[in-house]
Design a protein. Structure first.
Length: 290
């Protein structure tokens, strides 16, 4: 006798996983319970639920990454990672618990209402972490420079007219600054030291990005992208890391929709309204292109 198809929704957190279960048909989903977020506990759960061929599993994309989906696929179990922003929400629903989320995921998976995200392999995920670390470091650098600028402004210290911030001339001017109070000298030096540290971190990350662009398995695609006008090395690596396989998009419109770069639209009858871009999609791609 063929096993009944079972749809499993996992609400994954750092320590625990809440499990919702819906069987084929129109019956109400039921809550199976909570299990530790550990591979052995997940393996025991899946063996208890039934044969791998009868199970369909999903969970939301988040900080826990793609370890669970890779583990389940290695067991021969169908599993998808769901885009959280595209999960249908009931109007007026103001109660959120792990139990309800797991049940809702199982129900929507059975109905075919969930949108799966692309699951990167380990090489793509490592490249993605590298490029996102570079983005985080750039934000840290901007904040560190802004703190120093605000400090100097509070003490009415302004660079010479026509000096561009963080140019060679601006850095030479910073090196000439002196303060009478010891506390102010310490603050100034610590702000400068923080900027230098972050700049060195940026150099190390960009050196590794350059190595990936020249020697990794993704190098041919990265170098091909750089032949496009306005696409430099960091942008090309960002696109490869975030998009992964370009062949999974049937048209440029699909790719732009994935990046959230298509216009909003509201059409009814003879009226048609289009607005700004949706911004629903991969923010890293959108930032790199825009």
């Amino acid at each position: 006798m063929q096993d009944v198809q079972k749809f499993v929704g996992l609400d994954v957190s750092k320590e625990m996983i809440s499990v919702g279960l819906a069987e084929a048909g129109r019956g109400e989903p039921r809550f199976h319970g909570n299990i530790p977020n550990q591979p052995e506990a997940i393996r025991k759960l899946m063996k208890k639920l039934g044969n791998p061929e009868s199970l369909h599993v999903c969970y939301e994309a988040g900080s826990t990454g793609y370890g669970i989906v890779r583990f389940l696929l290695s067991m021969g179990i169908d599993c998808i990672v769901v885009a959280p922003t595209l999960i249908p929400r009931r109007a007026g629903d103001r109660v959120k618990t792990d139990r309800r989320d797991a049940l809702r995921l199982a129900q929507l998976l059975r109905a075919g209402e969930l949108t799966a995200v692309w699951t990167p392999d380990e090489d793509h995920e490592a490249l993605r972490d590298l490029i996102r670390s570079r983005h985080d470091t750039r934000e840290d650098l901007q904040r560190a420079r802004q703190r120093l600028n605000h400090f100097l402004l509070r003490h009415d210290l302004r660079p010479p007219q026509g000096t561009r911030n963080w140019s060679v001339k601006h850095r030479d001017w910073l090196n000439t600054l002196t303060f009478e109070k010891q506390s102010l000298r310490i603050v100034f030096q610590e702000y400068l030291h923080t900027i230098h540290e972050v700049e060195e971190r940026m150099k190390r990350l960009e050196a590794q990005i350059h190595e990936e662009a020249m020697q990794s398995e993704h190098a041919p695609v990265i170098q091909a992208l750089q032949t496009l006008r306005g696409v430099a090395e960091v942008t090309a690596v960002t696109l490869v890391a975030e998009i992964g396989q370009f062949s999974r998009f049937m048209s440029p419109r699909q790719l732009m929709s994935y990046a959230g770069l298509v216009p909003k639209e509201y059409s009814s009858g003879s009226s048609r309204w289009q607005g700004s871009i949706t911004k629903i999609g991969n923010a890293q791609i959108r930032r790199a292109l825009v």
